[in-house]
Design a protein around this ligand. Structure first.
Ligand code: FES
Length: 70
């Protein structure tokens, strides 16, 4: 997940990044293919003042897809 955030340009100051990683890993452990609304809900407790979330969501999609083998 860390690599995906970096590869998708989803890290700027990095303040939110550890919380994003933990939240996404917990989500994907519970549901390997979450809907976008579930991802947004899972990340809702982690505020990012830098990225606007689009790149973070793209990184989550990439990780979920990679782990699903697609
Ligand atoms: S990267 Fe700066 S708060 Fe998210």
């Amino acid at each position: 997940m860390q690599r995906a955030l970096l590869d998708h340009g989803a890290v700027q100051c990095g303040f939110c990044t550890p919380g994003m990683v933990v939240a996404v890993e917990a989500l994907l452990a519970a549901d390997p293919a979450p809907a976008r609304a579930q991802v947004r809900e899972a990340l809702s407790g982690n505020l990012c003042r830098c990225t606007g979330y689009g790149r973070i969501l793209a990184a989550v999609d990439a990780v979920a897809g990679h782990r699903a083998g697609s």
